[in-house]
Each structure stands twice: as C-alpha cells, then as structure tokens.
Ligand binder design. Sequence first.
Ligand SMILES: Cc1ncc(COP(=O)(O)O)c(C=O)c1O
Length: 395
Amino acid sequence: MSREFYRISRLPPYVFAEVNTIKARARAEGRDVIDFGMGNPDSPTPQHIVDKLIETAKDGTAHGYSISQGIKGLRKALAAYYDRRFNVQLDPDKEVVCTIGSKEGLASLAKAITRPGDVIIVPNPSYPIHPYGFILSEAAVWYLAKDLNSPEPFDLMKELKRAVRDCNPKPSVLVLNYPCNPTTETATLEFYEEVVEFCIEHNIWIISDLAYCEIYFDGNPPPSILQTKRGREIAIEFTTLSKTYSMAGWRVGFAAGNPELVGALKKIKSYLDYGTFTPIQVAATAALNGPQDCVATTRELYKNRMEVLVEGMHTAGWMVEKPKASMFVWAPIPEKYRHLGSLEFSKMLLNEAEIAVSPGIGFGQYGDTHVRFAMIENRQRTRQAMRNLKEFMKK
Ligand SMILES: Cc1ncc(COP(=O)(O)O)c(C=O)c1O
C-alpha cells in the first residue's frame, strides 16, 4: 500500500505554518505579537448584511441544499455591480457563476479545464492557488519570474512573449492578478488590451483574479479585464466579497466572463458542491445591492493603516514603496538581512520585534527577497509595531 499520495506529494511544505507555530508559541508565553501575517480582514461584516443573514436563516425553507452555480438574485446582483462599476453588461445566466469564495472557484476551474501536461503561465511570486490549482490538476507551470534582483524592471508582456516562443507544448492558460497579492502591482486598461490581443492570437485563456479591486488608495479604481474590447472572448474574472465587505469567513466569490469558461466551472461545480448556504447568498445579495458607504469606509481604513505602516517603516529606516492598492505592503528585506532569506528573516522579526509577517518564499521562489505585511492590525497596534521595529533596526 502506497503511503505517498500523488497529489499531496506535489504540494511543498506550507512555509506559513512554521511562522504560525512560532507565533503561537510566543503568544502562549504571554508575548504580545503584532500580527501582519494573513490577509484575513479584522473588521466585522457591516451590520445590514449580518441582519439579512439572521433574517433569512430564520426561514426554515432556506435550510436545504442550495444551488451550486448560485441563486439567481446573487448572480444578477454581481451583473449589476459589473454594470455600475465597470460599465460591463453580463448575462447572469451564461456569464456569471457564484463560488464558495474565489479560492474554491480558482481551484475548481483549474480542475475543469486542464488536461494532464498542459502548460499554464503564472507570475512568480503569486497567490499560491494560482499555480497550485493547476499543479494539483496535473498541469506544468511556466513561471514568469519577477526577479527582483534583476537590474531590469519586470515586464509581463516581454516575459509572456518569451514564454510563448520558448515553451513546448504551447501554453493554454495565463493567470493574472492585479492589484497583486503579494506584490501590490496594479494594471491599466491599456495593459489588459495588449495582453488580451496577444492571448487571442496565441489561443491562451486568461484567468484574472480581481480580489482587491475595491481596495485602492490613489483615487484610481482598478479596471476589469472584461472592460477590454475582446476580453470576453477568452477571459474569466474572479471577484470576492471577502475583502470588499470584510466577509472572508462567509465564503462568497464569483467568476464572470467568457461563457465557455463559466460553463465549464458551473458544470464541474454541479458535481462537486451544492453552493454556499442560501441565507449567506441572500445576505451577499444585500451586500452588493445595498448601501455602498461601507466599502468606502473599508478603503479608507486600509489607506490610513497603510500610511501609518509605511511612515513607521521609513522612520525605522526600512524603505518600502507605498502600495497603490491591495491590503498589503510588499517589503524588500533590508540589505543586511537579505542573506537570511524570507523565512529566517520573518522568524527573526517575530522573535526580536514581536512582529509577524508572511515570508515572501510562501508566494514562490522569486518572493524570497521580500516579506509581506497584511494591514490587519489597527492604527495603535501598527504604531506599536513600528516602535518595536525601530528598536530592532537599531540593533
Ligand atoms: C489574490 C487573491 N485571490 C483570492 C483570494 C481568496 O479569496 P476568497 O476569500 O474569495 O477565497 C485571496 C485571499 O487572500 C487573494 O489574495
């Protein structure tokens, strides 16, 4: 009997777990660890959304299996959101599917569209499910290396063209994520137009992950790839309520766009799940259709925290770029510690400054020069962390 399970053996050790273990130990010893680790929003979900959940949960007829593609009202609400936010008109029956959080949707889509041996293009570093959804579906991944030690800035189009030229078999899917977790890079509509035209020419599907499209700090709302002239011919886009409405635990996400990709995702999901609990879907509908001032408040909250964090890091002598969007600061490890690598440096920050961050290596080998701060601590605690950091940097 084999004790090595094939798919499990393709997953590397989970580096975040090591930091989490040290964090748990430090807390058990009574130390006050300030946690910028996981991108898990700390704010409660807005009250009107919670109220809708409670109201609907009291209705016994809503307790059975739900619908794996999502209730129609929720799919219509997502289509209405795309209309008002991006001026993109979607057919809620053919071009929208609800997912159990976008992470589940990304993994299920990978399973639905991958033949063993297909080549998928994914930037590195990236959010882990982007490559691993496909690796678990027996694809080969061609990484677009964001090599931050390289003297030239990363140029996705250039790397994409090189991949298509050199790769055999030709790649079938490209994964994009702007605003990016972890690097916080953003994209313009012109950039999306160029990628879409190129991918149409080379028969490459595009998966766009737009998880952070409502968390932006420079007054420029990030665009959707579906706004491009021909995006819908080849692209599917994932969105989520997790960050926009602080609903990470509720597990509500969406995929929208190309009907063939949406259809494939719907079909595989109809075999795999029965959808999110109906009262949650009803409350999610209220989130999208209801008052949107809570979204502006959340955006402002992260912006304030980002300013405190970046200012504090600069005062401590750690120069980082201000992110334009996302809930992260992607920080190059200070020169004198860079040789340690991101995991050892993260452990050092935890042990010596009581600050928990995510080591960049957890997002791929090209992330090892950085650590990621998630802005999930309030301003006072962020300030406290920056005082600790200043002491640490002085040593
Ligand atoms: C880029 C990106 N995509 C997707 C997700 C997952 O979102 P969800 O809660 O909808 O599964 C995350 C969560 O951190 C993320 O950073």
